[in-house]
Design a protein. Structure first.
Length: 430
């Protein structure tokens, strides 16, 4: 039998113990019950807020309903009624409201929440800016305002299509970063659907995406180029830096950032730090790389020390740069590249690493030794450690042979591998 009008009136009167006038006059801190779990909470500071004590799926919880007077007594009662109806069906209205708000989160905000943590894991400010630039230029204009919960694979494809063929490397990075943001959104509970990046690269196709390597001068032409460096119109420090890069088969950033304190002249080695306080990161792998120095490399260091102001400040005891640009700042990569352009060489400074690798292959150098010389990353941690520690003597001899070849003291890669072709001074025997 249904509830009569009189019974309903009595129940409401029993539940509604407070009135709008009474609520406005309450000043003392405490709990003031309205009935059926609804109460007015007055704090010591005089703030008044509504709270509802309710049981959901057997668990007693409290749900805040707002602050008085922004939420009046009638509004508080309506909200409480909604919560009670939901509880009857085992639903938590507050959790549903929270999920709804979060699922409406725009992609831009999802990225910021994700990147707040990820940015602390990146090597330096340049990488942080690269992330933001790709989002700003390619992603936000199309899906930045879209709810991250609703973005589909088709929308991701639309983001990538304009650059997939024209800028394949950039497109690859954008896809990787999108994938990371969506994974984060799923973990944070703001997206329930699967990651929309799944299958996108397969749909767009990858056969056309050729790997772009740094243009390299063929190894047989390296000696002639190096021997002609002296006549080029450029700062002597720049020419020394480029020759040092070639002789050590290192990366441009390693040479341009090289400090005197990294050089051990006694043992003829250069230790490039994996992470450096001044530059945050030096080597590409993040691992310390020890480079054996040939006789010519040592001679270049002697000449650089004489040429730069570092000599006047005691270079070996400080953090002065070996090859400084203007005002002591590092040389720019374009400065080294210009030396090659001026010589009408279709290559890049980084390409000399490829020339060195090709020369090693021609010379019969074991692959693991040449890889160690280039500081290439090895996914096998044990093997990587072995390369760094066990091949130093072999690499010392290798870098001297490479310097002999580059300097024109041996005429071929094969000659460089045969100790019988050298006398004690390292010169070709006739």
């Amino acid at each position: 039998m249904g509830e009569t009008a009189a019974q309903k009136k009595k129940r409401i009167r029993a539940a509604h113990r407070l009135s709008a006038i009474k609520v406005s006059k309450i000043k003392s801190p405490g709990l003031y019950e309205d009935g059926a779990g609804l109460r007015l909470v007055v704090t010591d500071q005089g703030t008044k807020r509504w709270a509802l004590r309710i049981t959901i799926n057997g668990r007693r919880v409290e749900r805040g309903l707002g602050v008085y007077p922004d939420v009046g007594i009638d509004d508080a009662r309506r909200k409480a009624a909604d919560f009670r109806r939901g509880a009857v069906d085992g639903r938590d209205i507050r959790a549903e409201q929270k999920l709804k708000r979060r699922s409406g989160q725009p992609f831009e905000q999802a990225f910021e929440d994700f990147f707040e943590v990820r940015s602390q894991q990146l090597a330096n400010g340049k990488h942080v800016q690269q992330w933001r630039n790709t989002m700003r230029d390619y992603v936000f204009p199309k899906i930045g305002k879209r709810p991250v919960a609703d973005i589909s694979a088709a929308e991701v494809i639309d983001v990538l299509k304009p650059i997939w063929f024209k800028k394949p490397e950039t497109a690859s990075r954008v896809l990787q970063r999108l994938n990371a943001v969506f994974d984060s959104a799923i973990l944070r509970g703001v997206r329930e659907r699967a990651n929309p990046c799944i299958g996108v690269s397969r749909e767009l196709g990858t056969d056309h995406r050729q790997v772009t390597h740094h243009r390299a001068l063929p190894w047989p032409e390296v000696p002639a180029y190096v021997q002609g460096l002296g006549g080029r119109k450029a700062m002597t420090v720049t020419k020394l830096a480029l020759e040092f890069l070639i002789l050590t088969a290192t990366r441009s950033g390693d040479v341009r950032g090289a400090l005197w304190q990294e050089i051990d002249l006694k043992h003829k080695i250069w230790t490039i730090p994996g992470r450096d306080p001044a530059t945050d990161r030096r080597t590409k792998t993040g691992e310390t790389h020890v480079v054996p120095l040939s006789d010519r490399a040592i001679a270049i260091l002697d000449e650089a020390l004489r040429l730069t102001s570092a000599a006047a400040h005691g270079a070996q005891s400080g953090d002065a740069r070996i090859f400084p640009g203007s005002k002591g700042q590092p040389l720019s990569d374009s400065t080294l590249s210009k030396l090659m352009r001026d010589a009408e060489i279709a290559g890049t400074p980084h390409g000399f690493r490829s020339a060195f690798k090709d020369w090693c292959a021609e010379a019969g150098v074991r692959d693991e030794v040449s890889e160690a010389a280039l500081a290439h990353a090895d996914p096998n941690a044990v093997r990587a450690a072995y390369r760094r520690t066990q091949f130093l003597d072999e690499r010392m001899a290798l870098m001297q042979r490479w310097a002999d070849f580059v300097g024109g003291r041996t005429s071929s890669a094969h000659a460089a591998t045969n100790p019988a072709n050298h006398d004690a001074s390292g010169q070709d025997s006739k």
